[in-house]
Design a protein around this ligand. Structure first.
Ligand code: CA
Length: 337
């Protein structure tokens, strides 16, 4: 394997708070010898676990970056036992552009793991993270939102895991996040996720999906910030007990699951999607979930889509326009136990 061209000005293993960059060379039309500077913070003090918080894996998802920028400024080394690594804008060109994919190579950071040392800029950054950062970590928390195209109920999620010990550690951590919803789920997104890279190393991985439709709201920022601190407390990296929703006068975190692809409702026609339900509503399998209108054919009846699963609508298409293959609804089911 070749040598990564990425370098950094932070020294892992050094005590204290360091804020710097991962520098990845990027030749572009506007910058011959330029670099992408991915911000990184390392806050380290004595012995303890290493936790990695990631924001901006996709651009256009703002809760993670905002919560993590605040955490970088607020967290002091004397409050920490162990090490906190924070990457508030992993796919920096995408975050800067407010787009899901990097405008430099049109790649989705969360589809290219484990990356390539000599690949495109997104692959090169992923490779460095995979080789140099992930092996140091005990737990990785990836902070997402639905981005421009999805509205999601705020949730923390884990995958179905085969290894019992890993599943239990991940489960305990997930329950500490204390968002309105917690999901155990199966993905339909294909390979290359940061999730799988971390899970394959036997570590704890959690994905938060808080916010969406390109917005940033006080409530979703708060859920992300409280959740991140709750996880730091859960792992004993900062002092205190995770702050439960009940202690804040809120309803308990609801636990549900997304066991298969039928929970994701896909548009089979292009048009304007009209959802019959709001997020959080109960839906029944076989009953109409929404319909697609065809604006150039006023006399054509709208195409009604029946829900394939009974449960709660936890996600739906953000923009009104849909193309064939777009996810228009996500239904989570009651857990078996
Ligand atoms: Ca995302």
């Amino acid at each position: 394997m070749g040598q990564s061209p990425v370098s950094t000005d932070v020294a892992l293993g050094e005590q204290g708070k360091q804020v710097g960059y991962l520098r990845a060379p990027a030749s572009t039309n506007s910058s011959a010898w330029g670099s992408v500077l991915v911000p990184i913070a390392v806050i380290e003090n004595g012995e303890g676990p290493t936790m990695l918080f990631v924001g901006g894996n996709h651009g256009g998802e703002y809760e993670g970056p905002v919560a993590l920028l605040k955490l970088i400024r607020e967290l002091q080394p004397e409050q920490v036992r162990g090490r906190v690594i924070i990457l508030p804008a992993l796919n920096l060109p995408a975050v800067t552009a407010g787009m899901r994919l990097s405008p430099l190579d049109n790649k989705d950071m969360n589809r290219v793991f484990p990356g390539r040392w000599n690949g495109t800029i997104t692959e090169v950054i992923a490779h460095y993270i995979h080789e140099e950062i992930l092996p140091l970590c005990d737990a990785v928390i990836d902070l997402h939102s639905g981005g421009a195209s999805l509205a999601l109920m705020p949730y923390i999620s884990m995958h179905y895991l085969d290894d019992e010990a890993q599943r239990e550690r991940t489960w305990q951590a997930m329950m500490a996040f204390q968002s309105p919803l917690a999901l155990v789920m199966k993905e339909i997104s294909g390979p290359g996720l940061l999730d799988y890279a971390v899970e394959n190393m036997g570590k704890v991985f959690l994905c938060a999906e808080v916010g969406g439709v390109g917005m940033l709201a006080p409530a979703t920022v708060n859920i992300t910030e409280v959740g991140a601190r709750n996880l730091l407390k859960h792992f004993g990296v900062i002092e205190g007990e995770p702050l439960s929703r009940e202690r804040r006068g809120l309803s308990p975190m609801q636990l549900m699951e997304i066991p298969d692809a039928d929970c994701y409702q896909m548009a089979l026609s292009a048009g304007i999607y009209e959802s019959f339900y709001e997020l959080g509503d109960r839906v029944e399998a076989g009953q109409p979930l929404g319909q697609i209108h065809f604006v150039q054919y006023p006399l054509r009846e709208a195409e009604v889509m029946a829900a394939k699963r009974s449960g709660m609508l936890v996600g739906r298409r953000g923009p009104g326009g849909v193309a064939v293959g777009d996810v228009v609804g996500v239904v989570a089911m009651e857990t078996g136990d």
